[in-house]
Design a protein around this ligand. Structure first.
Ligand SMILES: [Zn+2]
Length: 87
């Protein structure tokens, strides 16, 4: 497990450039990017197949932990830890 202290828990949407930051534990920040095209990726249980959907990303955990929801194609990690710089 990472023991480094989290300074900023952030991700950036690759499609529109929006930067989202989770400020505190359970601060769940979600973004569905309508600027990106519809991507056939979301599994629809009723239809039993993948259906087109806008990319969905979210960041959570604040300074306690880093949890990211989404596909790596859609976001960029901007998390900053104490003593190190991640670009
Ligand atoms: Zn976006």
């Amino acid at each position: 497990m990472l023991s480094d202290k989290i300074i900023h828990n952030k991700i950036k949407c690759r499609h529109c450039g929006l930067i989202m930051e989770s400020e505190f534990r359970h601060d769940f920040v979600a973004h569905q990017c309508t600027k990106a095209g519809l991507i056939s990726r979301r599994y629809d249980n009723d239809a039993g197949e993948y259906v087109p959907a806008y990319p969905y990303i979210a960041v959570d955990g604040g300074k306690d932990y880093v949890r990211v929801v989404g596909h790596y194609d859609d976001y960029e990690m901007l998390t900053e830890y104490e003593g190190t710089t991640h670009v």
